[in-house]
Design a protein around this ligand. Sequence first.
Ligand SMILES: *Cc1c(COP(=O)(O)O)cnc(C)c1O
Length: 286
Amino acid sequence: MLGANVFFKCENFQRMGAFKFRGAFNALSRFDAVQRRAGVVTFSSGNHAQAVALSARILGMPATILMPSDAPQAKIDATRGYGGEVILFDRFKEDREALLQALARERGMTMIPPFDHPDVIAGQGTAVKELLDEVGELDHLFVCLGGGGLLSGSALSARALSPRCKIYGVEPEAGNDGQQSFRSGHIVRIPTPKTIADGAQSQALGEYTFAVIQRDVDDVLTATDAQLVQAMRFFAERMKMVVEPTGCLGFAAACHAGVPLAGQRVGVLISGGNVDLGRFGELLAL
Ligand SMILES: *Cc1c(COP(=O)(O)O)cnc(C)c1O
């Protein structure tokens, strides 16, 4: 299709269904004995919630997760299934930061955010490290971009192991705060975007993630919801894989963003596969 050699890193097959297990487990495994006893608190509408709940269960510590009441039901159920205590809040009316701080204070829990934390970034970076260890150096690498934990970790790995590789972050077109930030040189904040890519509805990059992205990433590209659906269909029909809409961002940009790839070695990070089957069918019927 692209005239290129494309290597996919399939984090849809990762434990709990997305790369987020890597960052959460790395961060929680570094807690000291006092932190372990009190446990972890976090907020997430989806995959980070499941990653923290599962990592906490494996490491034997309590986990409390603040989730918006309109998060996908499959992700709320899965988080509870992994043993996390889920507290729902109204993201249009309630102040998430205040709720989090109150929980951390009352319960002595350590806050691990979904992307803007050095241990989370380091953990996320292991996916691209594994890809490069397995396939060798690449010419181009396409990575999904929400708050930037995955992209900044990937960029750190790629800069070390494949220094000439061009690295692109890919966002939903409806929420291109990362592209605006990258091009303007300061963090741009936007209202929660409307897109089917629910894992990339972040409003702004983090302080740590932006610093790495600015230094080590070559460009930030975008993909439309229609292009994500087309990629989802390709993965299902041709590769027999269920990939969630956010997980399709990298491949959608490789196909449509106009980067010349013929004859090149291209890496595409597929970030996750957590989409409930009813929703998957609805999207493919579009
Ligand atoms: C969280 C997530 C992303 C975005 O990752 P960031 O580290 O926030 O940029 C992309 N895809 C999936 C499936 C996710 O869960």
